[in-house]
Ligand binder design. Structure first.
Ligand code: ZN
Ligand code: ZN
Length: 169
């Protein structure tokens, strides 16, 4: 998915397509694509500066950090990014702070669209993914998924509490 910069005129260059991305691109451990990636991108060019505005839609499977079960995350992401040629970024980088170096760049007049799409998908993944905000997680002693109801430990705990209360009286 390489786009030659010369294809992009002043009026722009629009793409509307879908692709399959490899699971190895996903940074989140245990995650994988459940669907192909649909995308619409409009590239606009001003000399060497290229603006890419677009949308992507896909679905991925993630592991919930609380209950450790797989769940589906639908991705609908909009992006609006600016790309510069790498040569230009390297020239300027000496004068800039490290923090300012978050450029996206292209090399040899070629834009790697796959790289942009992969990055957008990864940006969409929450830092600590949970299957739903009320997820109860797993029991620390027996590992049961508490979303499916109380585990035996819960009952045992209640019994102990009950006995304890009895002793106190
Ligand atoms: Zn969960
Ligand atoms: Zn338990």
């Amino acid at each position: 998915m390489i786009i030659n910069v010369n294809k992009i005129s002043e009026k722009g260059y629009a793409l509307n397509d879908s692709t399959e991305l490899d699971n190895s691109h996903l940074i989140e451990e245990g995650s994988f694509f459940l669907d192909g990636v649909d995308y619409q991108v409009l590239f606009k060019r001003q000399d060497q500066r290229i603006q890419a505005q677009g949308n992507i839609q896909t679905a991925i499977s993630l592991v919930c950090v609380r209950c450790l079960e797989q769940f589906e995350l639908k991705i609908h992401s909009r992006f609006d990014i600016i790309l510069f040629p790498k040569e230009l970024v390297e020239q300027r980088s000496t004068a800039l702070d490290e923090d300012d170096l978050e450029y996206i760049f292209y090399e040899n007049d070629q834009i790697d669209l796959e790289k942009i799409l992969v990055e957008q998908v990864n940006l969409f993944i929450p830092f600590k993914p949970v299957c739903r905000s009320e997820c109860k997680g797993i029991c620390p002693s027996c590992g049961a998924n508490l979303n499916r109801g109380a585990c035996p430990c819960d009952q045992a705990k209640n019994e102990i509490k009950f006995l304890f209360e009895k002793v106190k009286r």
